[in-house]
Ligand binder design. Structure first.
Ligand SMILES: NC(=O)C1=CN([C@@H]2O[C@H](COP(=O)(O)OP(=O)(O)OC[C@H]3O[C@@H](n4cnc5c(N)ncnc54)[C@H](O)[C@@H]3O)[C@@H](O)[C@H]2O)C=CC1
Ligand SMILES: O=C(O)C(=O)COP(=O)(O)O
Length: 526
């Protein structure tokens, strides 16, 4: 049974899902050295933002197949290190969107009305109404930095509160911003004009210390800044200095450069500063959402299925995956088959997407075909995550072509592998929704479902040959489950595809090739 380590606090709904397929150990608060010591036993690791999954931990996780982040940000995971090791990293891109957006909105209102300090003062026994006179957000300008999932929801709600919206996000269109009622502007303009600035961007090298002494100096002295995205986007020392000097009006922070927040000037500031301990995603609803979302993906990967929100598999979003899953299976099977027919080292893989596939995203299919192709060399070490890197490192050139014309099937996939031992090709299609059929091998039309053990021969189409092959296999106690011949012309060259019940015994291929009329034979395990 697989083993999953849960090293941060996760909702029980996730643990219940994992327990269906694995032994689940919940160990919260492990020190890095303790995690390194035990991670080697586990197939999957489920975390939130508290566990830092470093390269050292990934390297110690020799059995790890998947790291599941029950939340959005994967900046606490060394994703490149995981990718190199073929470990899938998944997250829950939408499970806590509303929770984080509502926290940012709560921060905006709490800052405006001094709610935390007013509350603390009443609880201390005071009744001080004069110290807590606030400001309205109505008709004020909100600058949204990062108009993604969370930023968009913040914008939508802020709009209904009567705020004027500016947004900065270099990766979204003016139309999208307009749909949300936002005016897309340059960052400097946003800094200059906003009464409130809310950050909803990932932490990247470009966004680290985006808010610093220079950018803070561009803001209105009354501006209030909210960070419910990531610590480190704001230079906290510069922020504390700007607040103290009255260069900006206030700040509400949920995330910090170093968490838990240690010694900090920010703690000593008054009602203009609100600090929460990374609570953006901490609602009952969001925790159920992210736990289920990520646990299901871990379960799927343990069961050998692809994950729907892998951050390190290019182009494999949930919508794409749902549509392409059966075709990815087809691509993988064909890749595995053509790799075995080609034998030796493959140098070029031609992939032709035909019919309805021609208009689809090709990247997941290429990755799946490469995974299949490399299976003989790498076995379980190759997966959707590292197939492209492994192929590149082996010098396999991928050429993709598309042909939208529809032939016998709605969509077909054609793979041709050229390597040190020659060129071979296979074509396949789906029958109904998901039944794989081989429709062509080396240019000869056939129509067979692939099976675990197969034998292919290239032979002359002449009387008696099928009988001879049948008897030969019989003499080696090989049971034939099905057999089909594909030929282009009568008595010309032909291909025979046989499904057999067991692997072909040693030495029998040499005997098959000796049968008069048989030119070549290939055994394949799928
Ligand atoms: N405080 C908390 O507990 C939580 C924090 N988060 C954090 O919130 C942030 C946003 O999350 P989502 O909205 O789900 O992500 P998202 O991926 O939907 O949106 C991020 C947006 O930022 C934009 N962006 C990227 N680089 C940018 C740059 N240099 N300048 C301006 N815009 C840039 C992208 O184009 C995208 O539209 C993430 O950092 C995430 O980790 C998310 C959930 C909870
Ligand atoms: O989802 C995110 O990016 C978050 O920051 C939430 O973090 P958490 O899961 O609450 O530790």
């Amino acid at each position: 049974m697989s083993k999953v380590l849960v090293s941060d606090s996760i909702d029980q709904a996730g643990i219940d899902i994992l327990s269906q397929v694995a032994t689940v150990d919940v160990k919260i608060g492990l020190k890095p050295a303790e995690l390194i010591e035990i991670i080697g036993e586990y197939d999957a690791l489920m975390i939130r933002s508290s566990t830092r999954v470093t390269q050292e931990i990934i390297e110690a996780g020799t059995q790890l197949k998947i790291i599941g982040r029950a939340g959005v940000g994967v900046d606490n995971v060394d994703v490149p290190a995981a990718t190199r090791r073929g470990i899938v990293v998944v997250n829950s891109p939408e499970g806590n969107t509303i929770a984080a957006a509502e926290h940012a909105l709560a921060m905006i209102l709490a800052l405006s009305r001094h709610i935390p300090d007013a509350n603390a003062s009443v609880k201390r026994g005071a009744w001080d109404r004069n110290s807590f006179v606030g400001a309205e957000v109505y008709k004020k300008t909100l600058g949204v930095v990062g108009l993604g999932k969370i930023g968009s929801h913040v914008a939508a709600v802020a709009k209904t509160m009567g705020m004027k919206l500016l947004a900065y996000d270099p990766f979204i269109s003016t139309e999208r911003a307009e749909q949300l009622g936002c005016q897309l502007v340059e960052l400097d303009l946003l800094f200059q004009q906003a009464d409130y600035i809310t950050l909803h961007i990932p932490k990247t090298p470009e966004t680290t210390h985006l808010i610093n002494a220079t950018t803070l100096a561009k803001m209105k002295p009354t501006a209030r800044i909210v960070n419910c995205a990531r610590g480190g986007i704001i230079d906290e020392v510069a922020l504390a200095a700007a607040l103290k000097a009255g260069k900006i009006g206030g700040a509400a922070l949920d995330v910090f450069e170093s968490e838990p927040l240690g010694e900090s000037e920010l703690r000593s500031l008054g009602k203009e500063v609100i600090l929460t301990p990374h609570l953006g995603a901490s609602t009952a609803e969001a925790q159920v959402n992210v736990a289920i979302d990520v646990a299901e993906q871990i379960r799927d990967v343990i069961l050998g299925l692809p994950a729907r929100s892998a951050v390190n598999i290019p182009g494999l979003g949930p919508d794409v995956l749902e549509e392409l899953k059966p075709y990815m299976q087809l691509a993988e099977t064909l890749g595995n088959l053509v790799g075995q027919l080609a034998g030796g080292r493959v140098e070029v893989l031609n992939i032709r997407l035909q019919g309805e596939l021609a208009t689809n995203k090709s990247q997941p299919l290429i990755v799946a075909a490469l995974k299949g192709l490399l299976y003989q060399a790498l076995r379980e070490r190759v997966n959707y995550v590292n197939a492209s890197i492994e192929a590149k490192e082996r010098g396999i050139r991928v050429i993709e072509t598309r042909d939208a014309s529809i032939r016998d099937y709605a969509g077909t996939l054609h793979l041709e592998a050229t390597g040190t031992l020659g060129t071979h090709s296979v074509t396949g299609a789906l029958l109904g929704e998901r039944e794989i059929h081989l429709t062509d091998v080396d240019g000869f039309p056939i129509n067979v479902p692939p099976s675990k053990y197969m034998l292919f021969t290239l032979h002359r189409d002449m009387p008696g040959i099928i009988g001879k092959l049948g008897s030969l296999l019989g003499s080696f106690n090989v049971n034939i489950a099905s057999m089909q011949v594909g030929r282009k012309i009568v008595r010309g060259d032909a291909v025979m595809a046989l499904s057999i019940d067991d692997p072909l015994p040693e030495g029998i291929l040499d005997e098959i090739i000796k049968v008069p009329g048989i030119r070549d034979a290939y055994t394949v395990t799928l």
